[in-house]
Design a protein around this ligand. Structure first.
Ligand SMILES: [Cu+2]
Length: 252
């Protein structure tokens, strides 16, 4: 190739090439939108179980607010979100509050084209104040004895009552649900250790101590409404038959 021709080629072609690169650049960047992200969340109570009815408000400046409520398994989700930083405001259901170290205003960084996972930890308000201020305020104690028994081992309570298991000696015991998940197994390893659970649902809840099951260390909690102390409705009966308005019409 003639050197002069080569020079002309370079002089003409290179600026063209540059121009096309710049044009290309100008075209591409603003056109590609970021892939939307999402949030997969769950609300847990103090026993690690999903908590429904929690209000969730998601906000970000320049975007419209989004609302959700945790479902029966405690989960919630937001989809189609612009990637970046969002604020999640949490409204606990009645009777619940934030667990220690849990803020009710949570910053969530939503990734591009993927889901941010969020866990919100709440606790029942009565679990906060030593259980003394529960719905009906009642706390019953069961001792885990060095004789390898629960004492008392058969207890009947009304819904809303808190049972407090107390380890009475330096023997390792557990409070293990037998065939139900009303609570998660608790380990009371030394004297003075306690475990509390508030029973809201009627039913019969059997449990045992795992290391001493063979020794017969078992117990039963019976939750029945109106069982004890329901003596309030004595005056309600009104056997006033004097009216005779019923018209006992006998037709022959
Ligand atoms: Cu035991």
């Amino acid at each position: 190739m003639h050197p002069l021709f080569r020079l002309v080629l370079v002089l003409v072609a290179f600026p063209l090439f540059l121009a096309s690169v710049v044009a290309c650049d100008d075209d591409d960047d603003p056109v590609t939108p970021p892939d939307p992200g999402s949030i997969d969340g769950i609300v847990l109570d103090e026993e690690g179980q999903g908590l429904s009815g929690t209000g969730l408000l998601l906000t970000r400046s320049g975007e419209s607010d989004q609302n959700a409520t945790s479902g029966t398994d405690g989960t919630f989700s937001f989809t189609g979100l612009t990637p970046g930083s969002w604020m999640l405001a949490v409204t606990p259901p009645t009777g619940y509050e934030a667990a220690p170290n849990q803020s009710l205003s949570v910053q969530v960084d939503v990734p591009e084209g993927a889901a941010a996972e969020v866990t919100i930890n709440l606790q029942s308000e009565e679990s906060n104040g030593n259980g003394e201020n529960g719905e009906n305020g009642e706390v019953e104690e069961i001792q885990l004895t060095t004789a390898l028994t629960f004492s008392p081992d058969d207890v009947t309570i009304e819904p809303g009552t808190t049972i407090r298991w107390v380890n009475a000696g330096n023997v390792f015991h557990t409070v293990t649900p037998d065939g139900h998940s009303e609570w998660n197994e608790a380990e009371l390893s030394s004297q003075g250790d306690t475990f509390e659970h508030t029973f809201e649902t009627e039913g019969v809840f059997e449990y045992y101590c795992a290391p001493h099951l063979d020794d017969g260390m078992t117990g039963t909690i019976r939750v029945e409404s109106g069982g004890n102390g329901g003596q309030d409705n004595v005056q309600e009966e009104d056997n006033d038959n004097s009216g005779g308005e019923d018209g006992d019409d006998s037709e022959y």
